[in-house]
Design a protein around this ligand. Structure first.
Ligand code: GTP
Ligand code: MG
Length: 138
């Protein structure tokens, strides 16, 4: 079965939404294979966000992701990569559909980086690459 790497970002952890996110993953029928609270290192964030290096939001994003702990999650199930992206909603929480994590729980806080509560891998290759960053050896 397929696996994905989910992060509850520092805004989600700080707002006490970790349980809500885990509950939505489980209610959808996916299985939690690993859950760990992590203070992300610079190395982990550079690897995780390598595709965004050089973009205007890159440094604010890395700074934000270093601002507090993140909850790293491996979830599994057929179609879990697309399924969790659907649960998460689109990137901008202002316009993410109601019913999604970002649509229900996120908003614009007037900051340089979009604080949108969760990350989810976008392909099988990304998922396996990202799992190795956050759960070495898994
Ligand atoms: P993730 O699941 O977190 O990877 O979100 P995504 O796949 O919907 O977005 P993407 O990978 O394109 O961008 C990663 C993160 O960078 C987003 O979740 C946002 O926090 C931030 N981001 C992306 N695009 C923008 C942008 O245009 N402006 C700002 N301020 N932040 C952005
Ligand atoms: Mg992405």
């Amino acid at each position: 079965t397929e696996r994905t790497l989910i992060l509850v970002k520092p805004d989600g952890v700080a707002r006490g939404l970790s349980g809500e996110v885990l509950a939505r993953i489980e209610r959808k029928g996916y299985v939690l294979e690993g859950v760990e609270l992590v203070n992300a290192t610079a190395e982990q964030l550079a690897a995780h966000y390598a595709e965004h290096e050089g973009k205007p939001f890159y440094q604010p994003l890395v700074d934000f992701m270093s601002s507090g702990p993140v909850l790293a999650v491996i979830a599994s199930g057929d179609g879990v990569i697309a399924g969790f992206r659907s649960l998460a909603g689109t990137t901008d929480p202002t316009t993410a559909a109601p019913g999604t994590i970002r649509g229900d729980l996120g908003r614009d806080w007037g900051e340089k980086v979009q604080k949108n509560i969760v990350h989810g891998s976008d392909s099988v290759e990304s998922a396996e690459r990202e799992i190795a960053i956050w759960f070495p050896g898994r």
